[in-house]
Design a protein around this ligand. Structure first.
Ligand code: MTE
Ligand code: MO
Length: 233
């Protein structure tokens, strides 16, 4: 980790943090916030007395695989992530580049809109916010489209994308993220339904304004908050 890169991350993070804290407060400049200010249901340590499972969810001991049935040929050797769109500094990251960024371990839960939840997965990866900060999202940027190399896409608000438990994850429960679960690298969004986390992530497209991704075009919720049973429409 070279020092100037770290400085850029820290400076970028502080700028983004101030911006999205203001958005969460609903400062009247960026419009009303759709994000919750407090972490909800994100791993045992962060559950803050919330019920263990959001309404309508069932605990699953197994970890089902849910995707479009297309398994792209991507490995740690061929992994490439583009960060582009409404940013000052578009850039690319390979797997070594991802490992060179600050690594974060976090325990969190995984809620699928099809009603199963997996609890207390131990993830290792890079904060999505750090990866975005390096690109410096433009002042007018509001949302992010995450693309998977199977052609999948899903949209999230930047204030959700910048929550500290949203990771570009490469390791789960001590092992490299299995390919069927989106390895080598996927996004996880513990405070939103799991479809908001792109498996085999290959592109982070920063956007000015919102646009529906794959499931959102088919009637899934733009916001996807499990604690509000915010599944469809
Ligand atoms: N690239 C990609 N990411 C994806 C999907 C997909 O089809 N393609 N499915 C989503 C859905 S609907 C869910 S519930 C989770 C499932 O992740 P899992 O297969 O690891 O359980 O991945 C999400 N991310
Ligand atoms: Mo899902």
């Amino acid at each position: 980790m070279v020092d100037d890169k770290l400085e850029r991350i820290v400076a970028g993070r502080m700028k983004l943090k101030a911006r999205f804290e203001a958005m969460m407060r609903g400062d009247g400049v960026s419009g009303p916030s759709i994000a919750d200010g407090k972490p909800q249901g994100s791993g045992d340590a962060n559950r803050h007395g919330m019920p263990k499972l959001p309404v309508g969810q069932t605990l699953s001991k197994k970890w089902p695989v849910l995707d479009l049935g297309i398994r792209p040929e991507v490995s740690q050797q061929t992994f490439k992530l583009e960060v582009d769109g409404a940013v000052e500094h578009p850039y690319q990251l390979d797997f070594a580049g991802l490992l060179a960024l600050p690594q974060v371990q976090d325990d969190s839960d995984f809620h699928c809109v099809t009603t199963w939840s997996r609890m207390d997965l131990r993830w290792l990866g890079v904060r999505l916010c750090d990866a975005l900060a390096l690109a410096e999202p433009r002042a007018r940027a509001t949302h992010l489209m995450c693309h998977g190399s199977d052609g999948y896409s899903t949209n999230i608000a930047l204030e959700e994308a910048c929550k500290p438990d949203v990771l570009l994850a490469h390791t789960v429960d001590g092992v490299p993220l299995p390919h069927e679960h989106g390895g080598p690298v996927r996004v996880i969004t513990p405070q939103l339904y799991a479809w908001k986390g792109a498996k085999w992530v290959c592109r982070l497209e920063v956007m000015v304004g919102d646009r529906p991704g794959f499931w959102e075009q088919r009637g899934y919720s733009m916001t996807a908050n499990p604690w509000r049973d915010d599944r469809y429409g």
